[in-house]
Design a protein around this ligand. Structure first.
Ligand SMILES: Cc1cc2nc3c(=O)[nH]c(=O)nc-3n(C[C@H](O)[C@H](O)[C@H](O)COP(=O)(O)OP(=O)(O)OC[C@H]3O[C@@H](n4cnc5c(N)ncnc54)[C@H](O)[C@@H]3O)c2cc1C
Length: 391
C-alpha cells in the first residue's frame, strides 16, 4: 500500500479522500493485473470502457451544474492520475486523454457542442484527442501552419498534425489551426472535428518507448461547420493555454504516481534483498537514496496539490503554479525512478520488470505539454512579472 498521509493535507477535502480510497479499490479489482497487452489500440479502448463503467470519466467531462456551468475538479483529476499511474501507465494515459481531448470543449464549447461531445466522452463512446503539435510547431505553438479558411458555413482545414496521442483510434480531435486574424499566436482558432470527417488521414503511426496510440494526421480540405469552433476566432492560443493550465498539473501527478510506485518497489526490494549478510536497506548509501526519493515525492505532491487547489478555489489562471508542479514532479520522478532501477541492480533493467517499465513510462512526460525548458521559461517570466508588479 502506497503512502496515503497526503490525503489529510489541507489542500484536499474529505470527498477527495473518499475518491482516492474508492479508486484504489477499483484499481485492485480492475487494472492491477491488466499488464501490457501487445494490441495497444484494443487495450486503450478496453481501458476507456472500464474507466467509463467505473464512473471515473465523469471527472474528465463533468456534467453541467444548474446554471449550465462546467467545473473540472483539478484535485480529483490529479488524484485519479497519480493513482492510475501507480497501477498501470496505459490506464493513466487512457484517462488523461479523455480529459485533455475534451477539456477545451468543457471550457469553450457552445452549449450544443458540449451537449453532443461531453456525454460521449463520459460514457466512453468517444475516444478523445488533442491535436496541437506539428513537425515545425511543437514547443513553438505560435508557428502552427495548418490553416482553417472560412467558406460559407464551414471552415476548410489543410495541413498536418503530429505526435497526436490517440491518433488512429480517436473518435474526435480538438484541433488548432491558423485562421489568420493576426500574425503568430493571435491568429489561431480551436475546433472540434469528428475523426471520420472526409479528408482526415492517418499518415503514420508512431512507436515510442512507452507504447500508446500516437499518429501523424493529414487534413486535406476537411470541412468543419463553423458551429464547431471552441471560443472565438483568433482565440485558439488562449483555448490551448487555458486547457494546459488545468492538465499540466495532472501530468505532474502522473509522474508522481510513477515515482510512488518506484518507491514502493524499492522499499520492498531493499527490505528483502540480502547483501553482505544484511538487508540492502541497512546500508547508509541506500538510505540516502531513499531519503532523496521520499523528499522529492512529497515536494512534488505539495506543488501539484497547491496548483490544483488554487485552480479549484477560483484562481482564474494557474500558469505559474502548474508549470512549477509539472517541472518539479516530472524531473524528480525521473531521478527517483533512476535510483529505483539502480537499487534493483540487474533486475532493474530486466525487460518487463516494474521499475524498467516505469523508467520508460516517465520519460515523455518531461517533453509533452511543454518541455521542462519551456516550463522554466514560463516560471522565470512569471517571477519577473510579479517582481515588476511589486517594484
Ligand atoms: C509521447 C508523446 C505524446 C504526445 N502527445 C501529444 C498530443 O496528444 N497532442 C499534441 O498536440 N502534441 C503531443 N505531443 C507533442 C509534444 O507536445 C511535443 O513533442 C513537445 O511540445 C515538444 O515539441 P517538439 O517535439 O517539436 O520539440 P521541439 O519544440 O523541437 O523542442 C526540442 C527541445 O528543445 C528544448 N526547448 C524547447 N523550447 C525551449 C525553450 N523555450 N528554451 C530552451 N529550450 C527549449 C527542449 O529540450 C525540447 O525538448 C506528444 C509528444 C510525445 C513525445
Amino acid at each position: 500500500m502506497s503512502d496515503k498521509s497526503f490525503l489529510d493535507w489541507p489542500f484536499l477535502e474529505p470527498r477527495h479522500k473518499t475518491l482516492a480510497l474508492e479508486l484504489e479499490q477499483w484499481c485492485e479489482q480492475n487494472i492491477a493485473d491488466f499488464g501490457h497487452p501487445d494490441d495497444i489500440d484494443q487495450a486503450c479502448r478496453d481501458l476507456v470502457a472500464r474507466l467509463a463503467a467505473g464512473g471515473w470519466l465523469n471527472y474528465s467531462a463533468p456534467e453541467a451544474d444548474q446554471n449550465g456551468q462546467i467545473t473540472l475538479d483539478v484535485r480529483a483529476l490529479c488524484l485519479i492520475r497519480e493513482t492510475l499511474a501507480r497501477y498501470n501507465g496505459l490506464a493513466d494515459f487512457a484517462f488523461a486523454m479523455q480529459g485533455l481531448g475534451s477539456g477545451s470543449i468543457s471550457l469553450f464549447g457552445s452549449p450544443e457542442v458540449k451537449d453532443h461531445y461531453l456525454p460521449r466522452v463520459r460514457n466512453g463512446q468517444n475516444i478523445a484527442a488533442f491535436a496541437l503539435s506539428e513537425l515545425e510547431a511543437g514547443s513553438d505553438v505560435a508557428s502552427i501552419a495548418t490553416t482553417a479558411v472560412l467558406d460559407g458555413d464551414d471552415y476548410v482545414v489543410n495541413g498536418n498534425k503530429t505526435w497526436i496521442s490517440n491518433g488512429g483510434i480517436a473518435d474526435h480531435y480538438v484541433l488548432f489551426a491558423r485562421t489568420g486574424e493576426a500574425p503568430g499566436a493571435k491568429g489561431l482558432s480551436a475546433f472540434v472535428v469528428d475523426a471520420d470527417a472526409a479528408g482526415i488521414e492517418i499518415t503514420e503511426r508512431i512507436e515510442v518507448i512507452a507504447p500508446h496510440p500516437l499518429a501523424t494526421l493529414n487534413f486535406s480540405n476537411v470541412r468543419i461547420p463553423k458551429s464547431q469552433i471552441l471560443g472565438s476566432p483568433g482565440e485558439g492560443f488562449k483555448v490551448a493555454m487555458a486547457t494546459l493550465d488545468i492538465f499540466r498539473s495532472t501530468v505532474g501527478a502522473a509522474a508522481m504516481g510513477f515515482a510512488r510506485r518506484a518507491m514502493d518497489e524499492t522499499l520492498h526490494r531493499a527490505n528483502t534483498r540480502e547483501l553482505f549478510g544484511a538487508p540492502l536497506f541497512n546500508m547508509q548509501a541506500t538510505q540516502t537514496k531513499i531519503a532523496d526519493m521520499a523528499v522529492d515525492i512529497d515536494a512534488s505532491a505539495l506543488l501539484i496539490y497547491r496548483a490544483a487547489w488554487a485552480k479549484d478555489n477560483g484562481q482564474d489562471r494557474v500558469t505559474r503554479e502548474a508549470a512549477m508542479a509539472k517541472l518539479y514532479a516530472t524531473e524528480s520522478a525521473q531521478k527517483t525512478i533512476d535510483q529505483a532501477v539502480q537499487l534493483h541492480g540487474g533486475m532493474g533493467v530486466k525487460t518487463g520488470s516494474i521499475v524498467e517499465s516505469l523508467y520508460r513510462e516517465v520519460r515523455a512526460l518531461r517533453i509533452y505539454e511543454g518541455a521542462s525548458e519551456v516550463q522554466k521559461t514560463i516560471i522565470a517570466n512569471q517571477a519577473n512579472q510579479l517582481f515588476r508588479a511589486r517594484s
